[in-house]
Every structure is written in structure tokens, then in C-alpha cells.
Design a protein around this ligand. Sequence first.
Ligand code: NAP
Length: 248
Amino acid sequence: MKLLEGKVVIITGASRGIGKGIAEVFAQHGANIAFTYSSSAESALALENQLNATGIKAKGYQSDASDFNQAQAFVDAVLAEFGTVDVLINNAGITKDNLLMRMSEEDFDKVIEVNLKSVFNMTKAIQKTMLKNRAGSIINMSSVVGVKGNAGQTNYAASKAGVIGFTKSVALELGSRNIRCNAIAPGFIETEMTAKLNEDVVQGWRDSIPLKRGGTTEDVANACLFFASDMSAYVTGQVLNVDGGMLT
Ligand code: NAP
């Protein structure tokens, strides 16, 4: 059964990793997809072609989600091209890890701008369309680190905890208009990036997780599919940990 047939979905940061995994699963479910990237033009074009080949409509846009005006211009372009937007997935994110002692002001600000302000920018830009439609699902990518904290990631943890507060507030503000807003808190998700890490270290992480494996991008995409579709029609303001039981 296709759960998103004909729906228009925006995914920020889908040129690789989790965003790409979401785009692939959503295309299988019949969604039309507008996605952004920061600088990976080649991977973005490859994904655009890959998705279009499945019979849905897909387009990649270079757009910095942390820039208020660029986010607005991107949403305007998507509305012109796709007509409407049903689902927004705020997935773009970065890390700039360091102990607080060594963390620069610049690295703190940058992570907050890309991970948290971007969610404000994109939600502001999409709000009018969803209000008009009296329908919409907004999904924000947090992290277990935003729930629990993590040494060496004060900037990242603060940004991801902020995403949770923002999510719950939007759910309260827009619930009466049938606009839902939920967050996903992934644990350790194995991507191209983690494949480059030392195998012994990665195995140690896997062993410490109750389900004894890292998550896949598909695991996160399936949780997004639930929040994007009518399967979660009565669910809003929630944070779903997709972490193999890590925080249990
Ligand atoms: P990733 O592989 O590093 O991919 C990040 C994506 O975001 C890329 O497509 C990148 O584009 C894009 N991006 C970066 N800055 C951007 C900006 N300013 N504007 C628009 N797009 C931007 O990351 P990931 O591991 O898939 O993570 C995706 C999300 O899940 C992030 O929010 C992350 O914090 C969260 N998360 C990940 C994990 C994990 O284990 N991987 C765990 C918990 C939470 P370019 O390719 O052009 O740079």
C-alpha cells in the first residue's frame, strides 16, 4: 500500500545520509519530493534522477536552510513548481564537536543556526500554505543527544533540545488547524560517514545498544513515513526515539 500517493514533501538536506534515505522510502510510497542540499550538487542531481526514474516528481535545490530569506525563496520556488506542500521534514543538520573549554563562539553559533534556526525559517515559510490547506505534517529531526545530552556536544545537544521545544510549541499553536508537528530522535545511525570510522569503535557502540546494531537510514525513514502519513492522524507534539533502545 502506498501511503503518500500524490503528496508533496519537502526534505531539507537530502543529498546524502538520513535525508536521502527518507527521499528513497517516500518515493516508493508515491510522494513527490522537493529536497535541498548545501554544496553536494553532484549527489543531489544523481538523487533527483534516481527518484524521477521511479515515476514520481523530484527536484533538488541548493538552499541554505539557516538563511531566512533563502528558506522563503526555496518554499516559493517549490510552490511554483509543485503547487502545494503537504509535509515538511526539517532534516538538515551539522556537528562541530568540541569540549566546552575549546568550543569557539563561531562553532556554537553555526550549529544553532543550521540545526535550530533552520527549523524556524522553514516552518515560518511553510506555515501559510498549511494553514490555507487546513492540513499538514511537520517532522523535525532531533537526536538522542538532544534528549540526554552528550559530553563534547554542548552546541549540538542545545540545538537538538531546542528542536524538541519548538516542535511541541508548534503542535500546540497549529493543532486546531489540523497541522501536526512531531520530532524524531535517532540514536546511532550508520551512514557513509560512520562507515569510515574505526570498525572496533563502531562495534563497541553496536554492542552497547539493546537491539545490538546501529540503525539504518531506512529505520529513520520508516518513522518519518508514519508521521507524514494519515497513519499518525491523531499524533502530534511527540518525540519518537529511533535508537534501538539506547535511551531505555
Ligand atoms: P549528513 O550525512 O551529514 O547529511 C546532512 C545533509 O544536510 C546533507 O544533505 C547536507 O548537504 C545538508 N545540509 C547541511 N547543512 C545544510 C544547510 N545549511 N542547508 C541545507 N542543507 C544542509 O547527516 P545525517 O547523518 O544524515 O543527519 C541528518 C539529520 O539527522 C541531522 O539533523 C542530524 O543531526 C540528525 N541525526 C543524525 C544521526 C546519525 O547517527 N547520523 C543521529 C541523530 C540525529 P550537503 O551534502 O550539500 O553538505
